[in-house]
Write a protein that binds this ligand. Structure first.
Ligand code: PMP
Length: 390
């Protein structure tokens, strides 16, 4: 069913969704399809045409450290960071990647000192993003290996710590936790955008990873970017991408540039948006409403629990004071051991907490899916809770 303009503006898909209790509901991946309806509202403004003769060459900007970076994309990224105030770009090199997943690998490659006797440990505080161990150990590299929970890490020698802030899965603000020097840091700032968390200051770390996927929701374009202070590191990251994929799709970069310019315009030139809310206001409202629905449902019983509200902070971008709103619900089953298996019985598919370095009492549930699916999930969750409270 096509959502009406009014419904879409409200971020409400349909009050007609009635859960049959059986339709599989897959909320395992963080697929950001929630954003589709906003992009439907501004679909004309974001349409681009790429003529057949455009973008044929491998090269984009041969004078740049990242020679496959489209200048248009670089400008749009710089502008968006300035509009939002979430990262410093002055004095940084931008390295574009096929998703921030590729940049994660490029950063590991670039930071690893070659010639070590053993692979260097890569750690992150649990619960950590479940893909880190998979990506790190996939090729059984001689350069680096997954070292687990940064909080428990007490070995000597060099290491790499991934600081994901706000964090996937729980949305909390994070700092480095390994309690000694000699570490190298990668900041994964995929969720440092104002629909998820208050922007408190422009980030200025040595290596910062961002992705279109969680900012605008265009995960299918597979575009991420890194802001890198040190030129030698930026060059090594560029080399990694050169060797693995000879650059990054220009078509995708140009599309992402357009999407970002429309986001910036929606905030800077509100008047020309036919009453459509600016992007980060719309997405913030949607996320807030979803969390209210979820908290209300969960509070009806004692079967499940959610983390307490984290502390609020003033967002320098929106002027609102609010607590981080996670892109995922990090939910605990209070009465069963294996929470994901429990949900499976009801045809709800969510990710087992053990993939995040914690216990199977927890599951991660995507909050970013299409409105109909989220609505169905809430209905089914309420009926499960009700059936256990009688
Ligand atoms: N980092 C974090 C913390 C993520 O949650 C994700 C997406 N789930 C990524 C990186 C990867 O994003 P992508 O490769 O789509 O840019």
């Amino acid at each position: 069913r096509m959502v009406s303009l009014k419904e879409a503006k409200m971020g409400v898909a349909s009050s007609q969704v009635v859960d049959d209790g059986k339709t599989p509901i897959n909320l395992d991946h963080g697929d950001p399809t929630m954003y589709e309806e906003y992009w439907h509202l501004v679909s004309e403004k974001t349409t681009i045409v790429i003529p057949g003769n455009q973008g044929i060459s491998y090269f984009s900007d041969v004078g740049n450290v990242c020679w496959f970076l489209e200048p248009q994309f670089a400008r749009a990224v710089t502008r968006l960071h300035e509009v939002v105030g979430n990262a410093i770009t002055e004095g940084y090199h931008i390295v574009v990647g096929t998703g921030s997943s590729q940049l994660y690998q490029a950063a590991l490659y670039a930071l690893t000192p070659h010639g070590l006797l053993e692979p260097i440990d890569v750690v992150s505080e649990a619960p950590f993003y479940s893909s880190y161990p998979l990506i790190t150990d996939f090729l059984e590299s001689g350069l680096y290996r997954w070292g687990g929970d940064a909080y428990k890490y007490d070995k000597d020698g060099p290491y790499i710590e991934i600081v994901t802030t706000p964090n996937n899965p729980d949305g909390l603000t994070r700092w480095p936790v390994v309690n000694r020097s000699g570490g190298m840091l990668i900041y994964d700032l995929a969720y440092y955008w104002p629909q998820y968390t208050p922007i408190t200051s422009p980030a200025n770390h040595d290596i910062m990873l961002f992705t279109v996927s969680k900012c605008s929701g265009h995960a299918g374009s597979r575009i991420g970017w890194a802001l890198v202070k040190d030129e030698a590191i930026a060059r090594k990251m560029t080399k990694y991408i050169e060797i693995s994929t000879i650059g990054v799709s220009k078509d995708s970069q140009i599309r992402a540039a357009k999407v970002f310019d429309v986001i910036s315009d929606s905030h800077e030139h509100k008047g020309s948006f036919d009453g459509i809310s600016p992007f980060f206001d719309h997405s913030y409202d949607q996320m807030t409403r979803r969390w209210q629905q979820l908290r209300e449902a969960v509070s009806n019983g004692t079967l499940f629990s959610l983390p307490d509200f984290p502390p609020s902070a003033l967002c320098t971008f929106s002027g609102r004071t609010f607590a981080p709103i996670s892109a995922f619900a990090w939910l605990k089953c209070e009465r069963v051991e294996h929470c994901a298996n429990f949900f499976k019985q009801y045809n709800i598919y969510v990710r087992d907490g053990s993939f995040f370095g914690t216990s199977s009492n927890f599951v991660r549930i995507s909050m970013l899916d299409r409105p109909e699916k989220f609505e169905m999930f809430i209905q089914r969750l309420m009926s499960i809770i009700n059936s256990f409270s009688t």
